[in-house]
Design a protein around this ligand. Structure first.
Ligand SMILES: Nc1ncnc2c1ncn2[C@@H]1O[C@H](COP(=O)(O)OP(=O)(O)OP(=O)(O)O)[C@@H](O)[C@H]1O
Ligand SMILES: [Mg+2]
Length: 160
């Protein structure tokens, strides 16, 4: 299922993430893409808030993955921007992370698209040409998460 929405500031982007995070159950793989500085990490911060994770979410750029295990569900936050080879991913047990429970979010997932499962759920963030605080957020979710996405969108649209 595809859906596109817009946010007018950083708080709205965090809020979308928070709603989505609060609705998630134990297993989802999200590929998160968009230009540098478009808001991928802030959206992830929102998802973490929705999972009751209080930590300060930062891009795991130098260590590939940050794990947050003190929320409702474990969150595994990957950033593959600086990945040199797929071997680095296999060495940290990427396959097991993908298979196991927990929320998996991969920033710059397009760089490893060919090793991601078919049912990966994608979010793409796009900056606006005219307003530096506006973003277009495109969701492309698998059937399994369609219902959750619809719920999240309804809440977001109602509350704003
Ligand atoms: N509507 C918005 N949504 C999200 N971020 C916004 C918005 N408007 C402005 N911003 C700014 O855009 C920046 C987004 O930074 P963030 O680190 O989340 O991007 P990123 O996509 O993770 O970047 P990178 O590719 O370097 O990892 C922040 O400085 C934030 O304040
Ligand atoms: Mg980031």
């Amino acid at each position: 299922m595809k859906y596109t929405l817009s946010t007018n500031n950083i708080n709205e982007t965090i809020y979308v993430g928070k709603i989505l995070g609060s609705l998630l159950s134990s297993k989802i793989l999200i590929g998160l893409d968009g230009d540098m500085g478009c808001g991928k990490t802030h959206l992830t911060k929102g998802i973490a808030l929705g999972l009751n994770i209080e930590d300060n979410i930062k891009s795991p750029t130098f260590n590939l993955i940050n794990e947050y295990t003190n929320g409702k569900i474990n969150l595994y936050h990957f950033d593959v921007y600086r990945l040199n080879s797929l071997d680095e991913l296999f060495l940290i047990g990427f396959d097991d992370y993908i298979k196991n429970d927990g929320i998996k979010i991969i920033e710059w997932s397009s760089l490893i698209k060919n090793i991601l499962p078919k049912n990966t759920n994608y979010i793409n963030i796009c900056k606006s040409n005219t307003n530096e605080n506006c973003r277009t957020i495109k969701f492309n979710f698998s059937k399994d998460y369609e219902e959750i996405l619809i719920k999240a969108i309804n809440i977001f649209n109602k509350e704003l």
